[in-house]
Design a protein around this ligand. Structure first.
Ligand code: NAD
Length: 476
């Protein structure tokens, strides 16, 4: 595939200086695409600015109809798009198709939200005066997205942006350009007016140019903490609105009373599925002493038995790492953890398969200390560490350590413990007897502390970022 930028309703070609290969078989070239410079980003912002007033003034039904049509198209093409997603990103075909269906449902949800946006009427303290609040669109929004959910994250940013009358310039990750391109094509095909949705392809420089552009009223960013820090500096300098969703080092607490089979299944899913490449992955498992050894043995057995392979092979349970760099990082962290005293229980090595790819064995490292780097820094791969604690209070204290605060889970049958954890763990999302990863598409999503910054994404919370409030006083 040769991909183009998409600006003002038309493809805009550029020099095809970047390429994306299939992580499951690196001989396969998935896409070649351009790297947007500041001039291309500027053209996209100019187009979005020109289109914005009319889009904001359109009936909410017009916007709802567009989102509904996008949803219907995504549902109809979920199999083909799911396959492309698996080839481009490396998650399994089932995971890829599931993600496309999720994106479709997000567009459908926000089709409803477009006509549900409302303000309030308040009693004025002055006789004869009426006070009302209205929500108006923010303006031109820049969406900067990562590779690990290459259609769901663009969907959960673009759908509310469009629903509430904003126009969009999106800059997807450089390792997932084809899915973003497919989405841009569908949005245009479904009737978005020229300039309403624009796509600029490229690497970090294109994202930086978008974040810094004075014509962009708000940036919604999902990615690493390091990049998020740069984005917030850039937007703060020009006082643009910003929303950052970043990484996690999500704890899963397993108490001694837990059903072990259930706890192991939860840890396996949260830690290793989707190759551990989820911001909500359970990368730290904190286990009460009484069941620690048995739990680690059973989790290791299940992790070793996972079938790692080509994303399109129906037998595959865990696909490859997304890139050579991500694989190298995963392996480095195994070395760092064992170097600091962790015990490698399973995995730890690169895997060779029939096709040349970025495969890695699911890896479990036991006997780690909360202060070790493996428990403080995000790896973003199929690498899970366990920490032994003597009781619940120690587990909570370990869970609350560190800089992140995205998702936290507990496995227990004790209602009072679950409730105490829910109230006292420092995380934006809490899972009781569920994996830390895996969220509904229609509810707010986000973290606290170093994981997130700004208003929440998704569900009923999404309008906060994508609208501004106007307070109107009116005397008769
Ligand atoms: P990344 O930070 O490397 O890149 C994210 C995006 O930012 C890409 O489009 C990239 O090109 C762009 N970018 C790079 N440099 C930039 C700059 N200076 N200015 C502006 N944009 C720039 O992240 P990634 O490797 O694509 O994704 C993995 C990370 O995303 C992990 O840390 C993961 O936890 C996080 N993530 C978080 C969530 C969440 O909702 N909390 C969800 C998914 C992924």
């Amino acid at each position: 595939m040769q991909l183009d930028h998409f600006i003002n309703g038309a493809p805009v070609p550029g020099d095809l200086v970047l390429e994306r290969r299939n992580p499951s078989d690196t001989r396969e070239l998935v896409a070649r695409f351009p790297d947007a410079g500041a001039d291309v980003v500027d053209a996209a912002v100019v187009a979005a600015s020109a289109a914005q007033p009319a889009w904001a003034a359109a009936s909410p039904e017009v916007r709802a109809d567009l989102l509904e049509a996008i949803a219907t198209t995504l549902f109809a093409r979920s199999a083909a798009l799911g396959e492309l997603l698996a080839r481009e990103e490396g998650k399994t075909r089932a995971e890829g198709t599931g993600e496309v269906l999720r994106a479709a449902r997000i567009f459908r949800y926000f089709a409803g939200e477009a006509i549900r946006l409302h303000g309030r009427t308040l009693a004025s303290t002055r006789p004869g005066v009426e006070v009302r609040t209205h929500h108006e669109s923010l303006g031109v929004v820049g969406l900067i997205t990562p590779w690990n959910f290459p259609i769901a994250i663009p969907a959960w940013k673009a759908a509310p942006a469009l629903a509430f009358g904003n126009t969009v310039v999106m800059k997807p990750a450089e390792t997932a350009p084809a899915m973003a391109s497919a989405l841009a094509g569908i949005i245009a095909e479904c009737g978005a007016p020229a300039g309403v949705f624009n796509l600029v392809l490229g690497a970090g420089g294109a994202g930086a140019a978008l974040a810094a552009h004075s014509g962009v009223d708000g940036i919604s960013f999902t990615g690493s903490q390091a990049t998020g820090q740069k984005v917030v500096q850039s937007t703060a300098a020009r006082r643009a609105r910003v929303q950052l969703e970043m990484g996690g080092k999500n704890p899963l607490v397993v108490l001694a009373d837990a059903d072990l089979d259930r706890a192991v299944a939860i840890a396996l899913d949260g830690g290793f599925f989707q190759t551990g490449q989820r911001c909500t992955a359970s990368s730290r498992v904190i286990v009460e002493d009484a069941i620690h050894d048995e739990f680690v043995a059973r989790l290791a057995q299940r992790a070793c038995a996972l079938n790692v392979g080509h994303a399109l092979d129906p037998a595959t349970q865990v696909g490859p790492a997304n890139s050579e760099a991500q694989l190298a990082r995963n392996l480095d962290y195994v070395g760092i953890a064992t170097g600091e005293g962790g015990r490698l229980v399973c995995g730890g090595q690169r895997l060779e398969r029939e096709h040349p790819g970025w495969y890695m064995a699911p890896s479990l490292i036991a006997d780690t200390d909360p202060a070790m780097r493996i428990n403080c820094e995000e790896v973003f791969g199929p690498v899970v560490s366990t920490i032994r604690v003597h009781d619940y209070d120690a587990a909570l204290s370990v869970a609350n350590a560190g800089d992140f605060g995205l998702s936290a889970g507990i496995v227990t049958n004790q209602h009072d413990r679950a409730r105490h954890f829910r109230r006292n763990v420092r995380a934006g999302m809490v899972m009781v007897n569920l994996p830390t990863a895996g969220v509904d598409y229609h509810v707010p999503f986000g973290g606290v502390r170093g994981s997130s910054h700004g208003p929440r994404e998704q569900g009923f919370a999404a309008f906060e970022f994508y609208t501004t409030m106007k307070t109107v006083y009116e005397a008769g």
